[in-house]
Ligand binder design. Structure first.
Ligand code: G1P
Ligand code: ZN
Length: 546
């Protein structure tokens, strides 16, 4: 066994997005590509010093290339002098579980191998990101510095040791570094046990309550099986598509009504179970359904906020709540009524991190099927499902009744997101540039019959560290507080995706059952006209509506 120094040429374009570095598998398979990034990361983290005394957590969502990347990173960590690596059995750790392991084991940080909800397999996507000591995504300063370094790196160091057997738990040594292959579920389950009333949920299942949890052939499966079927006593078969597959069964592991259409059909059909749930590729996203009822993620956050004190982990109340800017204002309305502070942050989980670390918020969420709390520093799919189960168990209300209760009290935020995918980048940029140019003249104008009260490009000043993030999305707000938000996706790997977020508040309960798209039609028209969507993209309608 020895440590080798291999020559590498600088890699251009290893620019991480908001959720780490995401590229096609074929890009990651290029010689030295992953190594280049990992070396740059280690150099930024440790300078010239060896990483002795440091523990690294390592795992991924099990997608194609996960196993080989784990072996490469182990050998590079050994060459770098790490004291210890904790790696999930089978190379597996969900994103929230990685966060939990970092925090519980006092590790210096962790590497997560995932492209989240993007498709996997040899032709799919792969990704890598670093989470810091607090268990949350690395600050932008670090990712920028790593990026700069990947452009000048000339060599990297790696052990020539043999691969480590990942499929059984146990301890190994490599170049003096300890490697522990750990149970990927144990630490995570311990965190959930401290938050939720497992006895109440056990009684709920024992009384015949039926849940269908679709793990979408992704990494949530082992977690949901161990906790929901194993510990909470739900009948075998409650968790379906539970075995993580390298290509997610050829499907798109994104828990929304479009990609989890089979689950939706089950919940809408005859003999539907009481509740449905799904999680994404790396198990940080969630979708919640009731029998014959789809819960929007924005409403989910509002319901969890309204009832948080019924759950042991939040019994003492909420320090505050936060939502990303495009997420509906349902949670704002609930928080205001409760006298709880509510923060509006740019899209992306990392903006919640500072607020959580500073103890300013307890719950947070995004419209993109992400919900979480201060228990870890990532969104957490299964956590949301357990929260809902706990609420159903202790209130005796169904999923639908819980949502309708919030609508009754605070009105319903009719809400939808329209995505226009695969737009040539320069056309999407032109659309946004044109829209931004018009921003200052929009206030007071009537477009498509709608009276615009104000419009801006969302800018966020972090209340904790004062850092400013500009140009986070164009908001157009009408006199009746309806709004349309435009932004480009920061996570795609093919062309650009325009996201249009539509929201209208409906106080009148007799109108809460109007079909959402119908209720939002005037806003859709406004959005199309304002941004010239068809003129710029050639697309007459969105490719995905959630
Ligand atoms: C998308 C979601 C965003 C989420 C991110 C990572 O980013 O919209 O809410 O934080 O994925 O899961 P986007 O592609 O819109 O930049
Ligand atoms: Zn994810």
């Amino acid at each position: 066994m020895s440590i080798q120094t291999l020559t590498t040429t600088p890699f251009d374009g290893q620019k991480p997005g908001t959720s780490g570095l995401r590229k096609k598998v074929t890009v990651f398979q290029q010689p030295h590509y992953l190594e280049n990034f990992v070396q740059a990361l280690f150099d930024e983290l440790h300078g010239d010093a060896p990483a002795s005394g440091h523990t690294l957590v390592l795992g991924g969502d099990g997608r194609f290339h996960n196993r080989s990347a784990v072996q490469t990173i182990l050998k590079m960590a050994a060459a770098r002098g790490y004291s210890q690596v904790l790696v999930g059995q089978g190379g597996i750790l969900s994103t929230p579980a990685t966060s939990a392991v970092i925090r519980r084991r006092g590790a210096s940080g962790g590497i997560i191998l995932s492209a989240s909800h993007n498709p996997g397999g040899p032709d799919g996507d792969f990704g890598i990101k670093y989470n810091a000591t607090n268990g949350g995504p690395a600050p932008e300063k670090l990712t920028e510095a790593v990026f700069e370094r990947t452009r000048s790196l000339s060599s990297y160091r790696i052990s020539d040791a043999a691969d480590i057997p990942l499929d059984t738990q146990g301890a190994h040594q490599m170049e003096g570094m300890g490697i522990e292959v750990i149970d990927p579920v144990a630490d995570y389950a311990a965190v959930q046990r401290e938050l939720f009333d497992f006895d109440a949920i056990r009684r709920l299942f024992a009384s015949g309550f039926r849940l269908r949890y679709d793990a979408m052939w992704a990494v949530g499966g082992p977690y949901a099986k161990a906790i929901i079927e194993g510990e909470l006593g739900a009948p075998a078969g409650t968790v379906v598509n539970a075995e993580p597959k390298e290509d997610f069964g050829g499907l798109h592991p994104d828990p929304n009504p479009v990609y989890a259409d089979d689950l939706v059909a089950q919940l809408m059909g005859a003999g539907a179970p009481d509740m449905g749930a799904a999680s994404d590729g790396d198990a940080d996203r969630n979708m919640i359904l009731g029998r014959g009822f789809i819960v929007s993620p924005s409403d989910s956050l509002a319901v969890l906020t309204a009832h948080a004190q019924r759950v042991p982990g939040y019994r003492r109340g909420l320090a505050g709540v936060a939502r990303s800017m495009p997420t509906s204002t349902a949670v704002d309305r609930v928080a205001r009524a409760m006298g709880v502070a509510c923060f509006e942050t740019p899209t992306g989980w990392k903006f919640f991190g500072n607020l959580l670390d500073a103890g300013q918020v307890t719950l947070c969420g995004e419209e993109s099927y992400g919900t979480g709390s201060d228990h870890v520093r990532e969104k957490d799919g299964l956590w949301a499902v357990l929260f809902w189960l706990n609420l159903v168990a202790v209130t005796g209300q169904s999923v639908e009744e819980l949502v309708r209760g919030v609508w009754r009290e605070h009105g319903r935020c009719m809400y939808s997101r329209h995505d226009y995918e695969g737009i040539p980048t320069e056309r999407a940029d032109a659309l946004m540039a044109e829209l931004r140019n018009r921003l200052s003249s929009l206030a007071g104008q009537t477009v498509a019959g709608q009276h615009i009260a104000w419009a801006d490009d969302f800018s966020y000043t972090d209340p904790v560290d004062g850092s400013v993030s500009q140009r986070q999305g164009v908001r157009v707000v009408l006199e009746d507080s309806s709004r349309v938000v435009f932004r480009l996706s920061g996570t795609g790997t093919e062309g650009a995706t325009l996201r249009v977020y539509l929201e209208r508040h409906e106080p009148d309960a007799t109108r809460h059952d109007l079909p959402v798209q119908q209720a939002l039609a005037p806003l859709v028209q406004l959005a199309g006209e304002l941004a010239g969507i068809e003129r710029h993209t050639g697309m007459g309608s969105p490719s995905v509506m959630t």
